[in-house]
Design a protein around this ligand. Sequence first.
Ligand code: ZN
Length: 261
Amino acid sequence: MRVNTLKRAAVAFALALPGAAIASVVAAPAAHADGCYTWQRTLNQGRSGDDVRQLQIRVAGWAGSGGIVRIDGRYGPETAAAVRRFQSAYGLRSDGIAGPQTFNKLYQLQDNDCTPAHFSYGELDDGCGRGGFSGGPLSADQTKANALRTMWKLEALRRGLGDQPLNVTSGFRSTACNRQIGGASDSQHRYGDAADLTSRTRSLCQIARESRTHGFSGILGPGYPDHDTHVHVDSRRENNSDRTANQTSWSAPDCGVGSGN
Ligand code: ZN
């Protein structure tokens, strides 16, 4: 569907600029050669490299119950299991090997800026309207990278909920923004790896429960103070800082969600 949309856009562009645009339309890249990233080899257990790392970022939302996928560039059992879950979620042969079928699905899902199809940097950037990813404890680049990883998990969560739209009501918050809106002083939002979620088609409890299988080590929802109107998810266990809050912490008592369940 997105490819058709792109084709239509390309045709409209060509019609608007006869002649000049023809060459670029003819050379329009196929879905697999987008502006973000192209894998050059099949990946399986035992491989390592930046291409593995790029894969891990995109399948980290398929970590399974309570799991996380370490973004370490090494294709171990947890990466293979995540690839299997990704494959099965999208109707592909589930063999844990990332080859052309798996990459093509990822190309379909990723935009030119590497964000997944249904989420954008604009939805995750500074929550007080300033935009961008600066003003937190990490560099803007690190924060933005965390936001990207969060978005791929959100894409997996969205799929897990049956392709239901998720609304991000708060993503990254600079330290000033976080203070302004009264967020917890050690809030994960300041690192770019948290999102507050609502949905018009799924209950908050459905979101909180489903989040448990999509790589989120932090889940706060209904029944947890100040979380009756949204579900907060984050990746505190993977956070690349030396803070102590690196344990799994789930609490949505009204949904039966707690650490250990
Ligand atoms: Zn939150």
